[in-house]
Ligand binder design. Sequence first.
Ligand SMILES: Cc1cc2nc3c(=O)[nH]c(=O)nc-3n(C[C@H](O)[C@H](O)[C@H](O)COP(=O)(O)OP(=O)(O)OC[C@H]3O[C@@H](n4cnc5c(N)ncnc54)[C@H](O)[C@@H]3O)c2cc1C
Length: 394
Amino acid sequence: MAFDAATAHVEIGNDYPEIREGVQAVCSRFPTSYWRELDKKDAFPDEFVAAMTEAGYLAALIPEEYGGSGLPLRAGAVILEEIHASGGDAYACHAQMYMMNIILRHGTQAQKDRYLPIIASGELRYQAFGVTEPTTGSDTLKLKTRAVRDGDHYVVNGQKIWTSRALQSDLMTLLVRTTPVDQVQKRTDGLSVLLVDLKQAVGNGLTIKPIDTMVNHHTNEMFYDNLRVPVENLIGEEGKGFRYILDGMNAERILAAAEGLGDARYFIERARKYACEREVFGRPIGANQGVQFPIAKAYAEWKAADMLNRAATALFETGEPCGEDANIAKLMASEAAWNAAEAAMQTFGGFAAASEYDIERKWRSARLARIAPISYNLILAYVGQHVLGMPKSY
Ligand SMILES: Cc1cc2nc3c(=O)[nH]c(=O)nc-3n(C[C@H](O)[C@H](O)[C@H](O)COP(=O)(O)OP(=O)(O)OC[C@H]3O[C@@H](n4cnc5c(N)ncnc54)[C@H](O)[C@@H]3O)c2cc1C
């Protein structure tokens, strides 16, 4: 039987076939022409986010008592994978899945009661995550944005870069330094997580400057100039914020891997079909091994990465340490997606360059996934240093 991206997932136990079908049904209302037009105009997929919210998929990981479905991380991974396999892009709505654990695991009861029900209903958009800074990049522990306590507020000063969806969100997770690095015993101490009400902050200490990028991603530079954030918006304990962010990172790796797996499915199916249909020199181009083998190899890589991500998710869900598995799954899934993107690009020949074929748009986005949210090298550094015990580069 030929590969079909719509059903290309090996069912091990219950792999949420009803969720896959439901997400596919929503996505079918947003064909690739919808994403292509947004890409041209650099516009935000408001209608898509509204449809996914209405169908309940963006609240999948929020516990039932707060209005969500209370499903495990695997369900979130399946939702994001299906969006990407359809030719769409989950960038506009994935961050709240990544960040949910931070509020759930470390937020106060008052914060959960205040935010979770309105995030679940879609009334409050929680899609912005401010960690990366222009001068320190991947060296997160050196970040310079400072928050200083002043009565019942923190006063925030500094600069972030690449804070995506800040203009389309109501609430943001912000990582700041509350104790200077030279006053802490460990560099991981002294960082704190604040929830920032973006609508209130803009014009009152926060300036947002959009960055023009190679993908339609709505990402920004953020300038903090005496922004006052109520102390009640601190997550967990002051100074322990880096641990809370790390807690969320394994979930982020697994969900980002799922998006890569969806992209790989999209490219493999498009390339396979085109290779069977396009005839040059009197036969389908897919009969030539130079065309066929890169697609077959991409399929093998997709399948291996899919297994890795399922293993990482199973560990995550049982509460076992899963840093190694989640990082390697993210690495292999984004490589599988990129190799599939390259195979599709080559298979379509000149037509790959025409936007109406929907290859180049997804190709750009698959390339970016090797850099953000975590770069290829930094995952290899994690494996080399933390798993294999080799000397540190940072
Ligand atoms: C479109 C987009 C959206 C983003 N959205 C967000 C967001 O919402 N929130 C947020 O906080 N951040 C976001 N980011 C930031 C993203 O996470 C970073 O760009 C990424 O982590 C890499 O950091 P950097 O760009 O500063 O690269 P740098 O840290 O400057 O690194 C540059 C290169 O050097 C390599 N390198 C650095 N140190 C080492 C080392 N020790 N060993 C080997 N190689 C090394 C890196 O792998 C990389 O290839 C986004 C980025 C983009 C492009």
